[in-house]
Design a protein around this ligand. Sequence first.
Ligand SMILES: Nc1ncnc2c1ncn2[C@@H]1O[C@H](COP(=O)(O)OP(=O)(O)OP(=O)(O)O)[C@@H](O)[C@H]1O
Length: 252
Amino acid sequence: MTRAQLPTGTVVSVNGLAKSFRKVAALEDVTFSIEANEAFGILGPNGAGKTTTVECVAGTLRPDAGRVTVLGVDPAEDRETVRGRVGYQLQAAALPPALRVEEALRLFAAFYPEPADVPDLLRTVGLDQHRKRPFGKLSGGQKQRLSIALALVGNPDVVVFDELTTGLDPQGRRDVRQLIQQVKDEGITVVLVTHYLDDVERLCDRLAIIDAGRTRFVGTTAELLAVSGTGTGGPGGLEDAYLAFIEQTTAD
Ligand SMILES: Nc1ncnc2c1ncn2[C@@H]1O[C@H](COP(=O)(O)OP(=O)(O)OP(=O)(O)O)[C@@H](O)[C@H]1O
C-alpha cells in the first residue's frame, strides 16, 4: 500500500464525552486526544465504556454530551468524511458463513471512493492462500486477519481495533500484533482497545485507562508505572501498575 498524504497533528480529540443507554450511564466524562501516527491503547475493566467511546469516535454512536473531533470534523455530523477515512474493525462474526474471504473484501471495497487493492491487502494480512475460503471455515486467527483487512479496505488514515487479539493463541496474538505494527509503520494512526497489557507495552505509544465511564489516566506506560507507585517495570510490572491504578480509583 502506498499512501499519498497522511494527516499531521491531533487526529482524534475527545472532550468530556457522556453517553447513556436508557438508565445506564456508559460514559460520564471521557477526555483524551490522539496524535497522527500514534498507536493509542484504550484499557479498562469490562463494561468500563471502551467500546462506547470508540463507537463515538467512529461516528456509529452520537454522544449525549461532550465533543468529539476526528480529522477536524464531528464524526456524528459528517459521517461521509469519517466513514471514508476511519477504518473500524467490523465484528467479523457478523459475516455470512458462506461468504468467501476475497468476496467479502471486494464487497466492502465497493463502499469506498479510494479502496485498497484487494490482492495487495490479501497478501498484507497473510490471507492470500485462503482467499477462496468461506468465512465460516476460517480459524479464529484467520477471522481476525480478515477483520484487519476489512478495517483497512477503505485506505483509512485512522484505524480502530476493538479487542482484536482476544481469544487468540499466543502465536495468533503475535501474528496479529506484527500486523498491527505493520499498519502503524505505514503511517496510519492506530486506536487499540484491549485487555492485554503486553499488547499495549509492545505496540502503543500512549494509553488511556477508562473506568466506570471516566478517563482515569492518559499517558505513556512509563508514566503509568511512575504514578501507580509500583516500581519501574520488570516482569508483570505494567499489569501490577494497571491493577494498582484501577483499585486506587475504585477506592476513591
Ligand atoms: N446498546 C446498548 N444498550 C444498553 N446498554 C449498553 C449498550 N452498549 C453498552 N451498554 C452498557 O454501557 C456500559 C459500557 O459498555 P461498553 O461496551 O462500552 O464497555 P467496554 O469497556 O467496551 O466493556 P468490555 O470490556 O466488556 O467489552 C456497560 O454497562 C454496557 O452494558
